[in-house]
Write a protein that binds this ligand. Sequence first.
Ligand code: AHR
Length: 336
Amino acid sequence: MLKKLAFLIVLASLLLAACGTAAPAATQAPAATDAPAAAATDAPAKVYTYADMTLCYPQLGAESDWRTANTASFKETAEQLGVNLVFSDAQQKQENQISAMRTCIQQGVDVIALPPVVEDGWDAVLQEAQDAEIPVIIVDRSVSADKSMYVSHIGSDMVLEGRKAGEEMNKLLPNGGNVLEISGTTGSGAATGRAQGFRETLNANITILDSQTGNFNPTEAKPVAEAFLKKYAGEIDGFFIHNDGMAEAVVEALKAAGVKPGEIKIVSVDGTRGGFQMMIDGWVQADVECNPLLGPQVMEMALKLMNGEKIDAEVLTNETVYYPDNAAELLPTRKY
Ligand code: AHR
């Protein structure tokens, strides 16, 4: 009953926000003590703990070290807090994520945390979760669905990451030049945002010769890099690569083509240990951070939802840019 009331309160605040009220966030639910439950019964409101929580996490896949770290963050945090985590791996397929969500809805989980593989196509299943009064937190990448369809988004500002990458490329190529882009999964918020931010920021004297997807996956990125090196031989000044795993594949292709570290400038994204090693070895000149360790924040928010507490409609991770000069010092401290 309390769970239902808390959900209704969150939903009501979402509707108010959607109607243009002054509320800044879609999730300004009153505190649990304001809930009308008190009127119906004099029994004190139950305060839920992590041990009461069943959290559904339909992970999108295992395409990168970033994703492995993200999965570990959820599993380890759940273990530490005593949360019952319903985990699945969709192997990059949206239909698998949707069907995992439907299973969770049938099971009556408390909260669903969804890391969407792509932005579009979530409306129907988000509606089903809403009908079942199960709040959905969007994690990591964004969705294009209306904000009233989910309670919050926790993750990175992907456009900002792309802007940072553009600024780094501008610094690396002050006299201009030609760059190639190897992007992430087509239609994903991460790839779309990074591509947008990069283009917004890049100096006019830098030309993007070509852009192809590597699907955030080193195995898929390698032939793309090889084909680029053949097609644009002698013309390439830089690469913007949407994650470190794909950058590692590009470096392999560069080595095979006889290119020396630093001859072609590389800006990558994530800040994995692999990214740090490439900076130490002179291949990558800037690595834009994207933090995968989202488990604790998501579970804290899920508990607040269960207790009818206020949450923020958008929680963006504070991120930096890493450089080769202190990469060797930082590498031992990296958690992913
Ligand atoms: O959505 C975050 C991106 O997904 C990371 O940059 C990438 O490594 C992962 O696969």
